[in-house]
Design a protein around this ligand. Sequence first.
Ligand SMILES: Nc1ncnc2c1ncn2[C@@H]1O[C@H](COP(=O)(O)OP(=O)(O)OP(=O)(O)O)[C@@H](O)[C@H]1O
Ligand SMILES: [Mg+2]
Length: 304
Amino acid sequence: MIEFRSVRKTYPDGTNAVDDFSLVIPSRTTTVFVGSSGCGKTTLLRMINRMVDPSSGTVEIDGEDVAGVDPVQLRRRIGYVMQNAGLLPHRKVADNIATVPLLTGVSKGEARARALELMDTVGLDRAFAERYPSQLSGGQQQRVGVARGLAVDPNILLMDEPFGAVDPLVRNDLQDELIRLQRELGKTVVFVTHDIDEAFKLGDQVVILKKGGEIAQLGTPAEILSEPADDFVANFIGAGRGRRALRVEQTPTGPVVVDGDGRAAGVLTGPVQVVDAAAAVPQAAEAGARDTAPGAPAQGGGPR
Ligand SMILES: Nc1ncnc2c1ncn2[C@@H]1O[C@H](COP(=O)(O)OP(=O)(O)OP(=O)(O)O)[C@@H](O)[C@H]1O
Ligand SMILES: [Mg+2]
């Protein structure tokens, strides 16, 4: 479990990036921070692995204040995937993946073997091991970035807009892969994005942020979709497509919540006869927003 307790961050130039932020992130789940540019997402993420230290307040991992942990030790337990993969251009793919294990004293042979295994894990052909990042597609580079984040077998994986730079189809594949990996590996994933659809697809818990890291709403995708806390959230989740009109569609296997575009937004876990979103709120509370497509089997969004 990761816990932020009344965390503030004022940068040396006086910018108040985060103002009194508190949050509990349960283990082995995916929590997504979503919000507009400059609202403090990266600052919050980096406070977990001490790339940024809070001005006041604490960040605890399993009850231990990270301020008392050596940053190098800390980063062995925490994988970090940067925006645009953040690969070293002059190093081959396998060496990029093995960067952190090599820094922590693992032998070259072991590090390489681990890199090749991780290429399998993230769905990259081992033949790419000898290529340089510029010889890969954008999506392949992002997979290398994820493999590198996993290289120290961390319990916690921090991902800062990791799929921002690829086209929507590749992005969709990468998101599906992350959901699969999360199921298989059971990491605690903290994921940053400014894309609300990505947040709803990946998050067990979604944190919608306003400027200064103020939490506009915290909840499961279904909770937020069915009951936006205020106009800010309603506008944010409707951005770019008009306000989402939720409705419930009956499928052969159960009711599925779909938005105005017919995209699955969640499933209902309780018995239900309703057809409008307002009435669906209580049942939607336990629902997750993944793995459902209109007509597909409805599944609960329980722990994985
Ligand atoms: N090193 C720094 N020095 C001064 N101000 C900073 C520094 N890093 C970030 N900031 C400021 O703190 C605020 C939050 O920045 P942060 O990078 O956390 O935002 P973000 O939500 O990740 O934005 P984006 O979506 O654009 O990546 C912004 O106003 C930013 O300009
Ligand atoms: Mg950022």
